[in-house]
Design a protein around this ligand. Structure first.
Ligand code: MN
Ligand code: MN
Length: 304
């Protein structure tokens, strides 16, 4: 084959390859936030409730952002779950905590949704799902965690003590050459905050907001790599599943008290029919991983 023909063939092959992938690969760069095709990363392990962007599906409404993905319930006025990728690139950098709690502007225009004051005076905190401290690579990425669609009414001591230690523990685990896929969610109705027990409260716009009964989080921890992360997950991977009642009294226990640690299968069952975590993993791998309980790393010191 002469060189001209070979060059043509090569050019054609490259054109063919580039037409196969219209996504830019995810780029991790220690000095910046991740960039490229990061939106789909947050649902790599699956969309546990098959949430959609159809506004006629208002109680399982999908919003995919660069910072995290969310399934929102309009009737509960809180997320069903929030899902995100976690590695140190997302939280090491030049960002600072923005504290700019505000209504998420990307909902359908006629929806009544929570704003920064909606939880005021209720005895519950505006509790982050995707934590502010997981997104400190830039001010803009941090600011996205302050959309009220990322918040649940969370018992203050649950938020500021027990849950805070778990959030810190997750960052501790990924810091050392690992990365993680996290999903946080909630179920039920009724929690115990600073003003006692409440099932719902109403804000100044007449929006009724559900206080969840229990708050859970699951994660898979894997070695850090540039390839398809699904290839790094097998039946021996580390899985963490916690489910902690939304009450101030949980802070009377150690942050990692065994009663808080559960299995993914238990959480799937409590969330109800059709709810499936890690649905993009082969079912034999799911079966193995979803029935295991985590033992916390004794070298971790809770952060205050
Ligand atoms: Mn299962
Ligand atoms: Mn599953």
């Amino acid at each position: 084959m002469n060189q001209f023909k070979y060059t043509l063939l090569l050019a054609g092959f490259i054109l063919f390859l580039s037409s196969c992938r219209d996504e830019t690969p995810v780029v991790f760069n220690q000095s910046d936030c991740p960039s490229g095709d990061i939106t789909n990363l947050h649902l790599l392990l699956g969309n546990p409730s098959e949430a959609t962007t159809n506004e006629n599906n208002p109680n399982n409404y999908l919003m995919q952002m660069e910072e995290y993905a969310i399934s929102y319930s309009r009737d509960r006025a809180i997320p069903n779950w929030v899902s995100w990728h976690l590695s140190d690139e997302w939280f090491e950098g030049n960002g600072t905590r923005q504290n700019d709690f505000r209504a998420n502007p990307f909902f359908p225009a006629d929806w009544n949704v929570p704003n920064s004051e909606s939880f005021s005076g209720t005895g519950f905190n505006r509790g982050h799902n995707c934590p502010s401290a997981d997104r400190l690579c830039s001010d803009n990425f941090n600011s996205a965690t302050f959309f009220m669609s990322n918040m649940i009414p969370q018992a203050p001591l649950h938020n500021q003590e027990t849950w805070k230690h778990w959030e810190c523990y997750f960052r501790y685990l990924v810091d050392d050459d690992k990365e993680m896929y996290v999903v946080m969610g909630n179920y039920g109705q009724g929690g115990l905050g600073d003003n006692g027990y409440a099932e719902t409260f109403e804000d100044e716009n007449g929006l009724v907001i559900t206080v969840p009964e229990s708050i859970w989080k699951v994660a898979i921890l894997i070695p850090k790599g540039d390839d398809n992360d699904l290839d790094f997950i097998d039946a021996q991977s580390t899985v963490i599943a916690i489910d902690i009642p939304n009450t101030n009294t949980v802070a009377n226990f150690e942050w990692d008290d065994p009663q808080f640690i559960t299995t993914v299968d238990e959480i799937e069952q409590r969330m109800g029919t059709g709810f499936d975590l890690f649905s993009n993993l082969p079912s034999n791998v799911q079966d193995a991983l979803e029935s295991t309980t985590h033992s916390t790393d004794p070298s971790f010191t809770p952060c205050w």
